[in-house]
Design a binder for this molecule. Structure first.
Ligand SMILES: [Zn+2]
Length: 264
């Protein structure tokens, strides 16, 4: 049997299935990567973007953050065929959730697009279908009251000189991402880990699977009996634990997988 059919069969018969994604799914949309050749961290000093600096020097932090934001999201990006295939698989009940290491918000855009919704309220409770393990760089969150807002108007205020930008409550806004030295969002991570344990089929898409806590999720899933599929251009440390490994373009493999799920 073709290996993608094996995977489709496992997803079809699974009580619970989930997908984890990394930078490799957004690269075809043109989103710059943080690491690797010409990655964002080749041009910016990671040490300036720590949680400690945000607390100590929010003005300087925001000044530098605006440059980083421009480098990352100065252009608008659209979800690609791989985001769309996963969103459709989730909508159609094949996937319980999409877990992502990315902060570009493209999975949420794709989910809204396949459902015909407007992009969601940034304060809506995570509906459990897109779990952003490292947050969302297109939003900000008040460091005091926790209120979330769309980032663009706040980034504009900061660019116009409001440094640091502040919430109505007086608290300082923080990009709604996990900064270096900041704790990961506990509830989201726990949900991701329990999904990995419960899944009968687990996909890892476009992730090099080296950054924790996401890196160990496929192995957790495999250990708990899941059929694991990995799609990534390069090899990963989890390849030996996977049932199906495709070193191919995610924008080709995911629509193909979705097509197989549709065909039966
Ligand atoms: Zn506030």
């Amino acid at each position: 049997m073709d290996d993608l059919e094996t995977l489709a069969g496992a997803i079809r018969s699974a009580d619970t299935a989930a997908a984890l994604t990394g930078a490799g799914i957004s690269a075809p949309s043109g989103v710059p990567t943080f690491r690797g050749d010409d990655g964002v961290w080749e041009h910016f000093d990671e040490g300036q973007f720590t949680y400690g600096r945000f607390r100590r020097d929010p003005e300087g932090f925001w000044e530098d953050r605006l440059d980083l934001q421009e480098a990352m999201f100065g252009e608008e990006y659209e979800p690609n065929a791989a985001h769309e295939a996963l969103a459709a698989m989730e909508r159609d009940g094949h996937l319980e959730a999409v877990l992502t290491q990315n902060t570009d918000g493209l999975h949420r855009d794709a989910a809204a697009a396949v459902r015909g919704d407007e992009p969601g309220d940034p304060n809506a409770k995570a509906d459990g279908t897109v779990l952003e393990l490292h947050g969302n760089a297109r939003r900000v969150r008040c460091a005091d009251c926790g209120r979330r807002r769309e980032g663009d108007p706040i980034f504009e205020r900061a660019a116009d000189g409001e440094l640091p930008p502040t919430c109505d409550c007086g608290g300082v806004y923080k990009p709604d991402v996990v900064l270096f030295g900041e704790r990961l969002p506990g509830a989201v991570i726990q949900r991701a880990q329990s999904l990995a344990r419960e899944s009968d089929a687990f996909l890892a898409i476009g992730s090099s699977l080296v950054v924790e806590p996401a890196a160990s999720l496929p192995r957790v899933a495999a250990r708990n009996g899941a059929t694991v599929g990995i799609v990534n251009l390069e090899s990963t440390p989890c390849d030996d634990d996977a049932d199906v490994v495709r070193r191919e373009d995610v924008t080709e493999v995911l629509p193909e997988l979705r097509g197989l799920l549709e065909s039966k």
